[in-house]
Ligand binder design. Sequence first.
Ligand SMILES: *Cc1c(COP(=O)(O)O)cnc(C)c1O
Length: 712
Amino acid sequence: MPDSHTTTVPFIPARLQRLRDLADNLAFSWNDQTLGLFAALDERLWHIVNHNPVRLLMEIDPGRLMQAAEDESVLSLYDAAVSRFDDEMGMEKTWFSQQYAHRKGHLIAYFSMEFGLHESLPVYSGGLGILAGDHLKTASSMGIPMIGVGLLYRVSYFKQFIASDGRQQAVYEGAEFSGLPLKLVTDEVRRPVVVRIPVQDREISVRVWKAEVGRVPLLLLDTDFPANRASDRIITERLYDADRTYRLLQELVLGVGGVRMLEALDLPVSIYHLNEGHSALLSIERMQQLTAAGRKWEEALSAVRESTVFTTHTPVPAGNEVFERERMERVLSARHRGILDHNGGSGWRLGQCADEEETGTFNLTILALRTSRKSNAVSVLHGDVSRRMWQRVWPDLPLENVPMDAVTNGVHAPTWIHPSFKGVFRRYLEESWHQHLDDPEFWSRMDAVPDETIWSVHREIKKSMLREVRRRVAALRDRNGEDAAAVCGAAGILGDDVLTIGFARRFAPYKRATLLLHDPERLKRLLGNEDRPVQFIFAGKAHPADSDGKQILRYLYEFSRDAGIADRLVFVENYDMALSRLLIAGCDCWLNTPRRPYEASGTSGMKAAMNGCLNISIKDGWWAEASDTAYGWTIGDDTQDPDHGRQDERDSGALYALLESEVIPAYYQRNGSPWSSRWVDMMKRSISALTPRFSTVRMLREYVGTCYFPNR
Ligand SMILES: *Cc1c(COP(=O)(O)O)cnc(C)c1O
C-alpha cells in the first residue's frame, strides 16, 4: 500500500538522530531554529519539497547528512532546535495547568473541515482553515487539552496558474500520504483503527491519520482504502466537494465518523467545538447514541447541548451549509433519521426555521445553533450581524438577547511574525517574548527599540520579499511563453524604496480586489508619480466555481499588464501560507477593501500588523474594533449603501483621497532622515498595540473562559 507510513528515511547519522522527531511534529512550522536547520541541510531541496521536512529527509543525499553531522554551524542549529522542541513538549507549568488545574483530565475536541498549519500539509483552502491551525498551535503552547478532528484529502486544494490572457488555471495534485508528517493510527496489535459509519444502505469505513501539532494531536479521517467501494473511497478526495451528496457524505464522515473515532480511541471528550457548521451532524450521532442507551429525546438534546460549542464564520447566507431534506432522507441511515423523525417529524426542526420548513431544506448552521450551549461570532461587528441573521432561530427574543457572543479571531504570532522581527523582540524585549503575547504592558516596551533598528530590519525583509516576487513574476512570464524582454524585464519591476502596498486574499467578489481600479486614471497618476511613487502587489485565488471572482482576477491581471503599469502593479500566483508570510511581513501597508459588513473578521491584517505592516482598511470585521489613526488608516466611514455601485464609488473615492493626502505623504515625509519617523512610530504602535489584542493567546483565553469552562 503506498500510504502506510513507510520509514523510507535514509540513514540518519547518530549525531542528528532527533531530526526525525523534529520533522514529524508540526511544531517545526513556528520554530525558527528548526526551519533554519532544515534549510541549512539542503537549501535547494528544501524549496523543491515546498518546505516539507518529511520529504526533505526522504530525498536528501545521505552524504550531505554525513557532512552536516560534522558541520559546527548546522550542529549548533540542531542543538538549539532540539532543546527548543523538548522545552515546548515537556513544559509542565502552562497557562492552563496554572489557571485550570481542577480541569485536568478534560479534553476539548475541535472539529473543522480544514486545518491550515503549514504549506506542506495541504488540507486547507483559506482563512477558516488557518484560524483552525492557529487555534491548535496556541492550545499546544498554553497547555490546553485539545484534539483536532478533520478530514485528510487525497487531492490538495488547487495550485493556481495564470495564463497569459489572465485566466486562472486550477491544477490539482494528489498528495502522497507517506510524504506528509502523518502516522496511520493503529490499535495495540498494530492494526489500523477503522470506524464504520452507517448510511442508508451500507457502512462506510474510515481510517485515521495523526499529525502532531506540538502537544496537540490532529486526527484526520480518510475513506480512501480498499475496505470501501470505489464510490466511497472518493468521499475524502477533495476539500468542499461540489456535489451535494458527496458534501453530505463528507460531513457525515467528519461529524459521525469523528465522534465514533474518538470513542474507538477511548478519548473521553468533555467539550465538542464545532468550527463552522460542517461538523454539526455530530450532534445527531451523539443524540442517537444517548437515546439508544435509554435517554429520552429531549434529555439527549440537553446533554448534547451541555457539551457543545459552536463558532459561526460567515455573514453571507449562501456560505451556510444547507441540504434538501429529501437528500438527507436518502443518504442518512435509519438510525440517524430516527432522531429527525422523532415525534412525527418534529426532530427535523433541529435544522429548520419557518423558511427551511417551507422549502424542505435542512440547515447545518441552525442545527449547530440548536445543539450548542454557546455560539459565537468572530468579531464584535460580526456578532451584531450574526444576531440579526439568526434571530429567526429565537423569534421570541429581542435582538439584543439573541444568545450569540463574539470572540474576535486572532493569529498565532510565532507562525506569522518574521524571524528577523522575532530577533528584534528577543534582543530588545525578552528572550522568551512569546510567553507574553497577550500582555499589553510587555508590548509597550516596543517604544524602546531604536527607530533605525525597526527600519533596517523591515527594509531587509522588504528587499528579500521583492526579490522573490520578481523571481515569481519572471517564472510566470517564462511559463506563458512571453519573449525574453518580458521575462528579463521582471528583474526590473518594483522599486526597493517605493511605498509598497499588498493585497492578498481570496478573490471572492465581496472582497472587492478591484476597488482600487475604480478610477484607472487616478490610480495611474499615483503609480507613475516621480517623486513619491507607490506600488501594489496582489495575490489570491478565486474559487474555481466562482465565475465572478475569476472575472475580477482576470480584469486585475490584464490591467497589471498594461503598458506603463507592469512595473508598479503586479499579480503573484498561487497564494498560500508561504506567500502570505512573505507578503504580510515585506509590504509597507496592507490593503483590505471588503464590502461592509461581509468580512466576518479577516486575519491577514492582524498578521501584517504584528510585522509593522500598516493596515489601510474598510471598517469591517476585526478593523471595526481595531481601527486607530495611531497605527493605520480607515477607508471611508461605517455607512452601508444598499446600492453597491454607489457604495463602491464612495469607498474608492475615499481610498484614493486617503492614499494621496495621508498615506503617501506620511511615508515620504523624511526630513533629511532615511526614513519617516512618523511612519516608524506607527509601525511600533501597530506591533505594540495589536499584537496583544489579536494574538490567539487572547482568543484562546476567551474561548476557555467563556465557551469551554464558563464556570471555571
Ligand atoms: C491569513 C490567510 C488567509 C485569511 O486572510 P483574510 O484576511 O481573512 O482574507 C487566507 N489565506 C491565507 C493563505 C492566509 O495566510
